[in-house]
Design a binder for this molecule. Structure first.
Ligand code: ADP
Ligand code: MG
Ligand code: ZN
Length: 630
């Protein structure tokens, strides 16, 4: 769509056209010449005849002279036979030949065979051919993903884009990420301002988010906004065939960047390179680990006042080596998530800037119909709609084209799990349930945000509460409330839809976990008393780690524990039900609003519920990954 979207990588990773091919053509041409030469010089002149024919001609006295060489006999007739004076034939073992020649008075001579030509053909040609093939493949590999040859050339392969034309205006629907990155732009534009007081500029920023949400685009936009050179490489480009090459490339990259500071180094698909190092018995990932180690060393080593920002992107943060996320490395993580309705509309607006739209096209409606689409999907959608319109020879893209394109893309995305309307409704009720219970129980952490935008990492929606203050202790009451909130999702589904779904699995797991810990670890059940039944298992407060093994206690006690856990859960469930049935219209209102706009801020929720917004609702734009409720 947007011509600026052309990726820099496209220009870099191909070998120059024609160069490696040329060598091969030379060799082929040479071979052809040799073959011609062979027929020219070696092939004896004259008509090819059989040996018996030759002998018959000798006896009949037709032959004038012959030249006998190691393998052939050629010669001339006294007069033309079958249109040719000359003949040749393959020589065979024939001891009597000379006698017969003498008898019929034929002139005969022997011949030295010149040996160099067969020699050349027999030995040199295959060698030349092999060499040509070898160098051809080596160049191919070197051009594509870095091979033997590219090692030597790696200095030229790192490609700094000096004048990036992308800006934040080309990115939409990821406002929070944009906000965080603006700070990085500031640093790059004016490093002195920050370093003058002795501060250190952040080194690493990791963009995390599902594919196609604009991570690469954002990284380029940062370079474009700050007007600094942009070094970009993909993680897989570092992983070479030979040990040490990737590490050399990392060193190279950083030394080049240092000369161009301030600048940005962008490592796309960091997971290809930065996977957790494992102790493998085969030692098979040695190369990747060396490269990773080199990267870590470079990140630690370079002067942090030099204003080089290392950005990286990944959609699989969970596989990254923890060492990468340590302070001083990629310690800033920016979540780049799929856009909500409003964001989708803005993305569509950007990508239709150069598309002729018909009168009736309402991008708002298009946005509403594309729940679950990432930015790249939307760009694709606009393109598809434009192509459909063009195929029908229309003068402008109409709403019908968008509809058709949406249908096509959704069919294609089905594998990526775009939610159906019914599913969205279930998720909306579920999240509303969590949020309402959390808001109406006094003393709970305020709800910060509810969302039914499908996230990349499994959850279909989430309700985020932000604590007002750090907690070190929780009282029994707090835990019971927490349980009611956790069960609020499932309960809302029951009440509103009269049916339950699998969506509550994680809630139930967490709730059961808490209930069990209340009984067996924190001595909060009257029936069992203040006894810890589970030993030292739990290291961190509320951190879930119930293993399959259990503490040492009797069968009867086990039964009692189960009964108590069940009782606590049942009571929490009843509490959630009580709150939600008391305000059925609220559940309906919140759900409708959520379906409409997909995300809702805490204040808006409290306005619907008629609860005053706590003045202390944290205003920070930071988004920690949601502390659990899903
Ligand atoms: P990622 O790196 O997250 O997989 P990309 O940045 O490569 O995604 O996005 C691919 C293309 O999709 C971009 O070049 C752009 O055209 C479009 N795109 C993706 N996200 C957005 C967005 N938030 N705003 C505008 N365009 C987007
Ligand atoms: Mg990308
Ligand atoms: Zn839930």
């Amino acid at each position: 769509m947007n011509p600026r979207d052309k990726r820099p990588g496209d220009r870099r990773s191909f070998p120059q056209p024609g160069r490696p091919g040329a060598a091969v053509w030379y060799v082929l041409g040479f071979l052809l010449l040799m073959a011609l030469a062979q027929t020219w010089f070696l092939a004896p002149a004259g008509r090819q005849i059989s040996y018996s024919e030759f002998k018959a001609a000798v006896r009949a006295g037709q032959i004038a002279e012959v030249v006998i060489s190691e393998q052939t006999v050629r010669g001339a007739y006294k007069s033309e036979v079958n249109g040719s004076r000359n003949f040749n034939t393959a020589r065979i073992e024939d001891p009597k030949l000379l006698e017969e020649l003498d008898a019929t008075g034929v002139r005969y001579t022997g011949e030295f065979v010149s040996r160099w030509l067969p020699e050349v053909i027999g030995w040199v040609i295959p060698i030349v051919l092999l060499f040509a093939l070898w160098s051809f493949f080596v160049r191919r590999m070197g051009g594509a993903e870095g091979g033997v040859m590219s090692f030597a050339r790696s200095k030229h392969r790192v490609f700094a884009e000096d004048d990036v034309k992308v800006s934040f205006a080309d990115v939409a629907g990821v406002d929070e990420a944009e906000q965080e990155l603006k700070e990085i732009v500031e640093f790059l534009q004016n490093p002195k301002k920050y370093t003058a007081l002795g501060g250190r500029i952040p080194k690493g920023v990791l963009l995390v988010g599902p594919p196609g949400t604009g991570k690469t685009l954002l990284a380029r936009a940062v370079a474009g906004e700050a007007k600094v050179p942009f070094f970009s490489l993909s993680g897989s480009e570092f992983v070479e065939m030979f040990v040490g090459v990737g590490a050399a490339r990392v060193r190279d990259l950083f030394s080049q960047a240092e000369q161009k500071a301030p600048c940005i180094i962008f490592i796309d698909e960091l997971d290809a390179l930065g996977r957790a190092r494992v102790q493998s018995p085969m030692g098979s990932h040695e190369e990747r680990e060396q490269t990773l180690n080199q990267l870590l060393a470079e990140m630690d080593g370079f002067d942090s006042r030099k204003a080089i920002i290392i950005m990286a992107a990944t959609n699989r943060p969970e596989v990254l080596d923890p060492a990468l996320l340590r302070p001083g490395r990629f310690d800033r993580q920016v979540l780049v998530d799929k856009p909500d309705v409003k964001g989708r509309e803005e993305v569509l607006r950007i990508h239709t800037r150069q598309v002729k739209l018909a009168q009736g096209v309402d991008l708002k409606v298009v946005a509403a119909r594309t729940a679950g689409f990432a930015g790249a999907d939307l760009a694709n959608l606009v393109n598809e709609a434009a192509l459909l319109a063009a195929r029908k020879d229309k003068g402008a893209v109409e709403m019908a084209d968008f509809d058709e394109a949406i249908d096509r893309l959704i069919a294609g995305l089905e594998k990526k799990r775009v939610m159906s309307r019914k599913e969205r409704e279930i998720v909306a009720y579920h999240e509303s349930g969590h949020a309402i219970v959390a808001t109406l129980i006094p003393g709970m952490d305020p709800v910060h945000k509810i969302s039914i935008v499908q996230r990349g990492f499994g959850a279909l929606g989430y309700t985020m509460q932000l604590p007002l203050e750090d907690r070190y202790l929780m009282q029994r009451r707090d835990l019971l409330n927490q349980l009611a909130v956790l069960l609020g999702g499932r309960t809302a589904e029951e009440i509103a839809l009269g049916e339950i779904s699998t969506g509550a699995q994680n809630d139930l797991l967490r709730a059961t976990d808490i209930a069990r810990a209340m009984v067996t670890e924190w001595g909060m059940s009257d029936a069992l008393g203040a006894i810890n039944y589970d030993g030292h298992k739990r290291s961190k407060f509320l951190d879930i780690a119930i293993g399959p093994e259990r503490g040492a206690y009797a069968e009867d006690t086990a039964r009692l524990i189960d009964a108590e856990v069940k009782r606590i859960m049942t009571e929490a469930h009843a509490e959630a039900r009580r709150i939600l049935t008391e305000h059925p219209d609220m559940l309906e209102a919140v759900t409708r609003r959520l379906l409409e706009q997909e995300v809702m801020e805490g204040n808006e929720l409290r306005a619907i519920l008629g609860v005053p917004s706590a003045a202390a609702e944290p205003s920070s734009e930071k988004t920690p990954l949601p502390p659990g409720l899903s």
